[in-house]
Write a protein that binds this ligand. Sequence first.
Ligand code: THU
Length: 142
Amino acid sequence: MEEYKKLLETAIESRKLSYSPYSHFAVGAALLCSDGTVYTGCNIENAAYSPSICAERVAIFKALSENRRDFKAIAIAGGKSGEDFDGLCPPCGVCRQVLQEFCSPSDFEVILGSSGDNMKVLRLSEIFPFAFMPESIKKQTE
Ligand code: THU
């Protein structure tokens, strides 16, 4: 649990780098690999809106582009821009789909929170049941 509290603190720190002038909703993420390496991300918006990207995908794409595949957990911290936020920020559907492409749904943990005292830990399979998996496409096309 201490490891997850630290990971959440890293996500909260990464949130400060959010570029979100359109939604005014700032998100930070910290992705933990099995050897303890952490990849961070923040949401980055765009004036054309659709090129915007969530904090979680920034973190996982950074890791994937450095040849990492061994993911254990991700901490996510998000709320209205500014210093104070106290709600939980569950990952959007697109980020859930990207995570389950590379993370074991039954083992990978998603940590949501705004502080060590307000933290929720969920398995990816709990928040993304009956997903379209890499195996789904193989079965359909065999
Ligand atoms: N956002 C994230 O970065 N992660 C989430 O899990 C939910 C939403 C971003 C996208 C957009 O920049 C802003 O938050 C408002 O939706």
